[in-house]
Design a protein around this ligand. Structure first.
Ligand code: XMP
Length: 326
């Protein structure tokens, strides 16, 4: 019979058999899948696992701390955090085009991750222990979609990253390959992971970088982080986390509108709320959420976030709109 306890036991045994006395690396994104995969592998092989978290500065409020502090406290995992915020901001400077932003974020992410990976491989070599495995949070639906293939990840180094071996070849450890998302959450819960990670709604890899329409700057990220935190707090308080698939909060950084606040005229930016209901993100409908919750979010954002004087609601389905704005 299927129980989370059985799944954990089986996976722990099979990870131990696969990895033996070698070492493994796992990238953490802040999302559910990589967190649960890492926690399972940690339970199986302990200090033979090193996790890597690239802090690109595009996460929402509190998310990096959830990984750095809460996840580490819950699992005891060895974590290498790479603070790459400056690097990402520099690479994104002056760029407004959505596809360009996505490309830059993806490219920088791979470079930073590969560099960290190479350092861990070198540390392993210095200790006489080979780092031979890469942990991935592949779920059953991903396996089916990609035709079921698995094996090795051939991770090519980039010419501009100094000191990397030409090719690092890892075998994959994929302890979630037989599980669906809700099962992954149950396993994560049983493993004692923080609720904020286990129940997290989908969040795009490029993070807040694709929720700022316009150039990504530190000030704009800070502003959006505040607005997003308020929206999330109010949606959770209203008990809407299950009904809403996800609610992107978007900053229209290149738009300004006139407003009035206190004794004066303002000329600030609009924030867009994009609450959607969906089964699988392929199609979505805008969530008919209670007006009083919308009102609270709007009042709080315009009162508490400097430079935002308007909150608007996106009432577009997917299609024709995508869930994200970029
Ligand atoms: P769209 O905007 O295409 O989004 O309707 C569908 C779902 O995918 C998420 N999304 C991403 N997730 N990397 C990700 O890991 C990405 O680059 C990315 N872009 C969009 C989006 O949040 C929604 O859940």
């Amino acid at each position: 019979t299927w129980t989370t306890g059985n799944v954990i036991e089986e996976q722990v045994a099979s990870i131990r058999a696969q990895v033996g006395t070698k070492r493994a690396i796992c990238g953490l994104s802040g999302g559910v899948d990589s967190a649960v995969a890492a926690a399972l592998v940690q339970k199986a092989i302990g200090s033979q696992l090193t996790c890597v978290y690239v802090d690109h500065g595009l996460m929402r409020k509190g998310e990096t701390e959830q990984v750095e502090k809460d996840f580490v406290a819950a699992t005891g995992v060895q974590l290498k955090v790479v603070d790459a915020q400056e690097r990402f901001l520099t690479a994104l400077a002056g760029v407004s085009d959505p596809e360009e932003k996505r490309k830059i974020i993806g490219r920088e992410f791979i470079r930073v991750f590969e560099q960290a990976q190479a350092e861990i491989v070198a540390e392993g070599e210095a200790d006489g222990e080979e780092v031979a495995f890469l942990v991935q949070g592949t779920l059953y639906p991903d396996v089916v979609e990609s035709g079921g293939g698995t094996g090795t990840a051939n991770i090519k180094s980039h010419h501009n990253v100094g000191g990397l071996p030409e090719d690092l070849e890892f075998q994959l450890v994929e302890p979630l390959r037989q599980l669906f998302k809700d099962e992954v959450r149950m396993v994560g819960q049983q493993l004692g992971l923080p609720e904020e990670i286990v129940q997290r709604q989908p969040f795009p890899g490029p993070g807040l970088g694709i929720r700022i329409v316009g150039e990504v700057t530190r000030d704009r990220l800070d502003l959006l982080r505040e607005a997003d935190a308020i929206a999330r707090e109010e949606l959770t308080a209203a008990g809407l986390d299950r009904e809403i698939w996800q609610c992107p909060v978007v900053l229209l950084a290149d738009v300004r509108s006139v407003g009035v606040q206190g004794d004066g005229r303002t000329y600030g930016h609009p924030i867009v709320l994009r609450p959607v209901s969906s089964e699988d993100a392929m199609t979505a409908d805008w969530t008919r959420m209670p007006y009083d919750v919308l009102a609270r979010i709007s009042t709080r954002i315009t009162n508490e976030v400097a430079d935002v004087n308007r909150v608007v609601l996106d009432v577009t389905s997917k299609p024709p709109g995508t869930i994200e704005w970029e």
